[in-house]
Design a protein around this ligand. Sequence first.
Ligand code: FAD
Ligand code: SF4
Length: 503
Amino acid sequence: MTISVWILGDQLTINHPALEAALHHGKQSDVRVLMIESESRVRRKNYAAKKLILLFSAMRHYAEALRQDGYDIDYHIADDMTAALKAHVEAYHPSLLIVMAASRYEGLAFQESLENILQIPIKIIPNTLFLSCRYDPFPDIDKGKSIRQEQFYRRMRQYFNLLMDQNGKPTSGQWNFDKKNRSSFDGEVEIPSLVSFEPDQITVDVIDEVLEKFPWTQRPEKFDLAVTHQEAQKAADDFFEHRLKYFGTYEDAMTQADDVLFHSKLSPYLNLGLLDPLTLVKRVQAMYRDGAVSLNNTEGFIRQVIGWREYMHWQYWRLMPELADANYFDSHRPLPEFFWTGETEMNCLKHALGRSLEDGYLHHIERLMLISNFCLLAGVAPQAVLDWFQSLFIDAYDWVMLSNVLGMSMYADGGMIGTKPYISSANYINKMSDYCQDCPYDHKLRTGEDACPFNFLYWNFLLQQEELLRENPRMARMLYNLKYLDEEERDAVKESAKRFLRL
Ligand SMILES: Cc1cc2nc3c(=O)[nH]c(=O)nc-3n(C[C@H](O)[C@H](O)[C@H](O)COP(=O)(O)OP(=O)(O)OC[C@H]3O[C@@H](n4cnc5c(N)ncnc54)[C@H](O)[C@@H]3O)c2cc1C
Ligand code: SF4
């Protein structure tokens, strides 16, 4: 008798629940673990080398660890997912195939069609990698009703008993420390360097294969990401020891000097299943209780993980499939060519694009207030922005990309996820970063050749989208300022935007 367990590439968790389920049906020697690297899936986009290396190397290390635990592994490097599944069934004739539900909408639909395709019984077990699959804070909510992140987050804190007092109130009586967590960075604290990992033979082989098979990829300057549970845990330890103490304080800050600052850079590992979100936040809570880290930094991190991360996952499943095609502002401009080269005079974007192209990572505010702020103001099609992020970013998966890019950042969902469009002129970027001081554009000028493009694009966007924006009461203050623009100034704004966008 064979019981097959198909483990997906973003489900590399310790004690995989599908393996546990299989052991209820038979002995370990009856279990065959199937893993598939599907090349046709990879060819659908121009994925960056680093992203592919991370995924394939982590999968191969995971397979190796299971092998050492005594599991029989059927590992396919295949052109096509369905063909690999069929080949597995033909080779082993399993009486049952168990799989954990995919994190992707189309992935789950495919799993649900497998019984027909493979003509064997399929068992899909719930995806336990997300806390919102273990507890749904709003199970019966109407699809059209908006649930804000703060409402969601508070219920998650209560249910998982994180930073809660015994009387059911939040620790210290406060849910939110955002006011303490908005400092810009002026170099007063040293930024610790990140722990890095030397590629082993498995990773070296993956690097060579990726470069050979996918001709658009380029050899990354270095590959030093974690690819095993032990390494991912070391990356987490490094964050807890060196950066957590300023995590919240500088969470919104941006600097030319560093791309990570005091962020964790743990999203790639969380999203692959190499780290467990609940274990991380419990550890941070314990550090707070031991007096090792202050409340604003502790709460800031817990909010990101059980608030934002889980909220985005919950919203993805709630809003799909409509979310994929959403385009509230009806924006259709293609992505500027310089997004693929990093060659622009705009200093903030030059840094952010360069980091994205080389490392596939930016921290949250650079993703939101530089890259997508620019794209939203410039009227770029939301799906083109999504495509760019998906191709380059090492932590990009559909559940997190669609909700963050189409929902939160591009406001393509009309405000189901974000409370208002995240747009700003150069003023915000100048306040939160040191980019403007070294930029050929003038962050104070609104129009003209030397004016910062964020400025005229911002005002142009308000003018172009005024009618739709007026539907959102939270935009009232921004729109109020339009009254200070006379006709001449409005024409100048439109002219500058037109010239820049080459309309
Ligand atoms: C345009 C845009 C695209 C994004 N694309 C992705 C993506 O492809 N993959 C991804 O994991 N995150 C994405 N995010 C969310 C967030 O920016 C990243 O999770 C975060 O920057 C990862 O870096 P970090 O691990 O250093 O995060 P930290 O700042 O250290 O935060 C800790 C953890 O909180 C979680 N988190 C925080 N905010 C979010 C959020 N909005 N959504 C989901 N998780 C969150 C992440 O798991 C992160 O590792 C995107 C945000 C925006 C605005
Ligand atoms: S002036 Fe404008 S383009 Fe230049 S760094 Fe500042 S915000 Fe960016």
